[in-house]
Design a protein around this ligand. Structure first.
Ligand code: GLP
Length: 261
């Protein structure tokens, strides 16, 4: 794992978007794993801007989202399907047939989960997985005690997550209590992972996820087991990290980051 600290939430999101751009330019038929949440909005805005101003071509890309709430339709403005179409898919030249999210209205949870895993397998896995982090330490909706080898499945949401996300629902009590999510094992199968976290509210959980012991109580700690994961944070989200000096040195000195300065 490596940690990159950027001066602001904007520059952290821009670096994330630039990494996605580089991956698409190197492999136009990239399989992208996508995340939702407020943090990602800046990344998607930047990708749209790069698409418009520099012609970044998404036409051959395939996407798989991490998760979707159970029991709400595509028309629900708080569904992740709606979020992705609003913030990204309808603003770039991706073929909508190549964009995938679990179907929140599926009645057979096991069949839907297996189908999702199978679709990812058919495209030979995810090349680049984008992640955010919830206050509970979840990646996707892998709440505390998710098995570190878990696959796509239906998961009950934790009280911390319900508190964090119910503001996106009107009324807040209508927020579903369950979701489909890729498993931690599914996420760890991605060839490259980039987790983005910004803001003071994420400082505590980022310190635990990056520098704490690996534990199923904090799903994001499993990323320490992955050979190619980059955590991108702004100064606020980095503020509780003990080894900040070392992480800053990496960005300044590793040749890989030269082109992003
Ligand atoms: C939801 C998603 C997560 C995401 C998290 C962070 O819970 N399921 O994948 O990481 O939101 O949200 P925000 O960026 O709004 O803090």
């Amino acid at each position: 794992m490596e940690v990159i600290i950027r001066p602001s939430a904007e520059s952290a999101a821009e670096l994330t978007a630039r990494l996605i751009q580089k991956a698409i330019m190197e492999k136009p038929e990239l399989v992208l794993g996508l995340a939702t949440g407020h943090t990602m909005e800046k990344v998607y805005d930047k990708l749209v801007e790069i698409h418009k101003s520099e012609g970044l071509d998404f036409s051959l890309c395939t996407t798989f989202n991490l998760d979707e709430y159970i029991g709400i339709t595509h028309r629900n403005k708080s569904s992740y399907w709606f979020y992705m179409n609003k913030h990204l898919f309808t603003r770039i030249n991706i073929d909508l047939r190549n964009t995938h999210l679990p179907n929140g209205m599926a009645e057979d949870y096991t069949a839907e989960s297996e189908k999702y895993e199978q679709m990812i397998k058919e495209v030979e896995g995810i090349d680049f997985q984008l992640l955010g982090i919830g206050k509970s330490g979840h990646i996707g909706f892998n709440e505390p005690l998710s098995a570190l080898q878990s696959r796509t499945r239906e998961k009950a949401l934790s009280p911390v997550t319900i508190k964090q996300n119910s503001k996106y629902f009107d009324p807040p009590e209508s927020m579903p209590k369950r979701a489909f999510t890729m498993g931690i094992g599914t996420i760890l199968d991605a060839k490259r992972i980039v987790l983005l976290a910004t803001g003071k509210k994420k400082a505590e959980i980022i310190a635990k996820a990056v520098e704490g012991p690996v534990t199923s109580m904090i799903s994001a700690t499993a990323l320490q087991l992955h050979p190619k994961t980059t955590v991108i944070v702004d100064e606020d989200a980095a503020s509780n990290l003990k080894e900040q000096e070392y992480y800053r040195w990496i960005f300044e000195n590793e040749p890989e980051w030269e082109q992003f300065k």
